[in-house]
Write a protein of this length. Sequence first.
Length: 313
Amino acid sequence: MNIVRSAFRNPPLLTFLLVALVWIVASFTLRGFGAYGHLRYLLELAAVIGIVAAGQTLVILMGGIDLSVGAVITVTAILLPLISPAWDPTGLAGIAAALAIATGIGLMNGAGAAYLRVPPIIMTLAMATFLQGLLVIVAGGSAVTVSNPAVILLGQARPLGIPSGIILWLAVSIVVLLLVHRMPIGARFLALGANPLAARLSGVSVNRNTPIVHTLSGSFAGLAGILVLGMNRQGYVGIGDPYLLTSIAAVVLGGTSILGGRGTYAGTIPGAILLVTTTALITVVNASPGWRSIMFGTLILALLLVSGREARR
């Protein structure tokens, strides 16, 4: 009984328990679900959401929402094959250029929110709209095939049988957890999200920290875009759209307050896995796309009521 009470007081732990419960039940009821290859595939899909949600977590902790992450993923996936120089046999120069573009987009989001006083949700929405229009002009709706060897390696390599995307997600998770919980800058993010006025009176600069979180969000979205490109071997307009709402849902499922100031990326990790697992279970049902969307939305709402709700005091 005490374990159950502790779990409900600890949203990340509760989300982990929900993932474990769903996996156990599904493994016994669905043939092949519990196979190592299938679970590894689910984690590989969750890695993309988890990496995008890493930046989204930081932005939400500061009381904002980044609505441009889907567009940044699409920009990265489309532009990287176009800007990879022929003289670079490794493909690393193209990756560096694509990450620089994604990081720059995040920096512009943060600068607009900090110095122009545009609310982050409006600033990132405007940026997403601008990028979507730009991509239509540049790509014209046609898919772009990747030939960058480093991108292909990232999407297809499995060192020691583990997909490189999962290894990348592990590295990102360590960095974000250390940033939030072991570095002073993480405490400033939380302070600004919890009480911006009190934080400013204490000497915490909004203009300095807002660009940082949005720059990191852009970088992580760009990294996810490279991973998606490597996994799909092509980029096209709209490839990043599914990751916008799922990144936000993963953060909230993990117990992070949508109002900012409270939460941890440790909860976002199982939140991403839970979303992918839910999608996989719904796919098993032979339903039309419309009914799948309805079931997915209903399940997400139910899961949020259990694991991602605000703590009542």
